[in-house]
Design a protein around this ligand. Structure first.
Ligand code: AMP
Length: 189
């Protein structure tokens, strides 16, 4: 079961996904991590992506779809893959439907928190794309381009919301419970 994690930059979905994957034996794929790895290794893809990431812009859809295509096409139905940072645009979400096994996209978890909270968290994180102007820009790009995906998954009846302005432990419990419930409802006898 592919689980799409949605939410603004700084909402903590990466940390939450990592912890849940480790404790539950779920798979976790972070496109931001994959891109930072490419940048760090100085690959051609990394050099190309770096231009966009520095500015807080999105890397082009075709690059991203190529990056995830094989992995999302191979998810066994009873295993959980947490998709963190993909899709981020409507074309990416449509590409995911096309690449994933039929019926595999069983859940989208939407992490919500007010912008003020996010800006504070991002500025304290100290990543290179976390400078103040870049943070503002990333939030604007999120609201304009990625937030509409909430409606896309809500219409399919697979959206669950999590209030991410709470303690890390409570959010973790909520996430694990939400994924387990969807897995049972969708895929277990
Ligand atoms: P993240 O770690 O998810 O915040 O991603 C860091 C940066 O990587 C983003 O600001 C984008 O520039 C780029 N990125 C990650 N995932 C995607 C995606 N699915 N589509 C476009 N750009 C992405």
């Amino acid at each position: 079961m592919i689980t799409v994690l949605l939410g603004p930059p700084g909402v903590g979905k990466g940390t939450q996904a990592q912890a849940a994957a480790a404790s539950q034996g779920w798979m976790h794929m972070s496109t931001g991590e994959m891109l930072r790895d490419e940048v760090g290794r100085g690959t051609e893809l990394g050099l190309q992506a770096d231009q966009f990431m520095r500015r807080g812009d999105l890397v082009p859809d075709d690059v991203m779809v190529d990056m995830v295509a094989v992995r999302v096409s191979q998810v066994p139905s009873k295993e959980v893959l947490l998709l963190d940072g993909f899709p981020r645009t409507l074309p990416q979400s449509e590409a995911l439907v096309a690449k994933a096994p039929s019926g595999a996209i069983g859940l989208s978890v939407y992490f919500r928190a007010p912008d003020e909270v996010l800006v504070q968290r991002l500025l304290s994180r100290g990543r290179r794309d976390d400078a103040r102007e870049v943070v503002r820009h990333r939030l604007a790009v999120y609201h304009e381009t990625t937030e509409p995906l909430v409606g896309f998954y809500r219409e399919q009846g697979i959206l669950r919301e999590i209030d991410a302005d709470r303690s890390i432990e409570i959010i973790q419990e909520d996430l694990v419970r939400t994924v387990q419930a969807a897995l049972e409802a969708n895929f277990l006898p």
